[in-house]
Design a binder for this molecule. Structure first.
Ligand code: ZN
Length: 403
């Protein structure tokens, strides 16, 4: 049981307050802080804090995979921690993106390796041969675009906008309101020549302004299109975003983003768990490289409402978010004053306190007081811990998945 010292990633879309506040530092931070990383990602591994100095978790895993990860986890993933836990704080929208499946990532990585595309090239899609499913759980109200909306609803949205030049596209979907129709419309929009985009987008944005002014049914969707259109003029991703579910998650609610799901986080703070991979295929809302043919190969056009989870109580106070992803599992531990709960697992665990304060002790006689914003590494060799709270306390637990 060891406290973790974690890296903060300073991307431009980050918040100057959310992560600094969580860590008890001065607010606002001098620059935007986007992500707090807890895990053993080679780009920024956490360090375990010891009396004689701190050690990189990545090095500890390499030295003793069985003791740190346990036989089951090490047997499946080698000396790699299969998940990365993050606090993600977005003040501005992230890029529109999807992630490959394990098979697509392995094939894509091998193809780019044999073609000799340098790892740091701006056109490199696959940084590693792994899938990158994700789950995001809201800490504050969290706004996102994710998954293709039911085509009938998208047709209703598009028809409610009075943008005459867009009508042929709307009717394309109306004539085939299913996954194939969505694929056809999406492919058409994402491959429009820039001149066509430059003519079409202002008309769509004007129609959104009118819709918002008249307090139309799709007010929230249109406000988002306007925000994205302003930030990324001439970007086909703005049109693609019109086809996606516009979600508002309340604290504790989570969505799982399986391979091929098109999504963009817009605003808010959340706890994210993801497979330890960097494979991102971008679709727009970014100045970065967009590889349209590869994106089309990976995208899943399954449509309808995104399932929103609140977790199911798998043991007293422990709410688990179920996903089919074998790389990770996220649970939320809710304690009231005086509660004492034993947390155990057959593999390594990361515990993060997001509210209150947790006292932790284990069978080896170790004890720790873990404040809000702090996190703890529990190796597989000594995974069980008793958590006690003197006030309402919330923790998140990351483990490898059971699949
Ligand atoms: Zn993503």
């Amino acid at each position: 049981m060891e406290l973790l010292h974690n890296a903060v990633r300073a991307y431009a879309w980050g918040s100057r307050t959310a992560i600094a506040e969580l860590l008890g530092r001065e607010v606002p931070a001098p620059h935007p802080e986007a992500e707090l990383w807890m895990g053993a990602h080679p780009g920024d591994p956490s360090r375990v804090v010891r009396p004689d100095g701190s050690r990189s978790l990545l090095e500890l895993l390499a030295e003793d995979p069985d003791g740190q990860l346990g036989a089951r986890c090490a047997g499946r993933w080698g000396s790699r921690l299969p998940f990365l836990l993050k606090v993600l704080a977005a003040d501005e929208p992230l890029s529109l993106q999807a992630h490959p499946s394990a098979a697509q990532a392995a094939a894509g990585f091998a193809a780019e390796e044999s073609a000799g595309v340098p790892m740091d090239s701006s056109v490199r899609n696959y940084k590693d041969p792994s899938a990158k499913p994700e789950l995001i759980c809201a800490l504050t109200e969290f706004h996102a675009l994710a998954g293709f909306r039911a085509p009938e609803r998208t047709v209703a949205l598009l028809r409610s906008l009075e943008a005459p030049d867009f009508t042929p596209y709307t009717e394309l979907l109306a004539a085939q309101p299913d996954e194939s129709g969505l694929r056809a419309l999406f492919t058409t929009l994402i491959t429009l020549p820039q001149t066509a985009l430059d003519a079409l987008l202002p008309q769509v944005l004007d129609a959104c302004v009118l819709h918002v002014k008249e307090r139309g049914e799709f007010d929230l969707e249109c406000r988002t299109i306007l925000e994205l259109g302003e930030a990324y003029p001439g970007d086909a991703g703005v049109l693609a975003a019109m086809l996606l579910n516009r979600l508002v998650l309340r604290p504790g609610e989570a969505i799982h983003l399986p391979p091929g799901n098109l999504h963009a986080y817009l605003h808010g703070t959340g706890v994210e768990i993801l497979a330890n991979s960097d494979n991102v295929l971008r679709c727009g809302l970014t100045p970065k490289h967009v590889d349209v043919p590869e994106l089309l190969r990976v995208l899943d056009f399954t449509c309808g409402d995104m399932p929103v989870q609140t977790g199911s109580e798998t043991s007293p106070g422990l709410w688990t978010y179920r996903t089919p992803s074998p790389e990770f599992e996220l649970s939320r531990l809710e304690l009231t004053a005086g509660d004492e709960v034993r947390v155990d697992h057959d593999g390594p665990q990361v515990l993060l306190v997001t509210q209150g304060c947790a006292r932790m002790s284990n069978a080896s006689g170790q004890s720790l007081v873990v404040a809000r914003g702090q996190s703890v590494w529990l190796p597989a060799a000594d995974p069980a811990v008793t958590v006690t709270a003197d006030e309402p306390t919330r923790l998140f637990r990351a483990t490898a998945g059971s699949g």
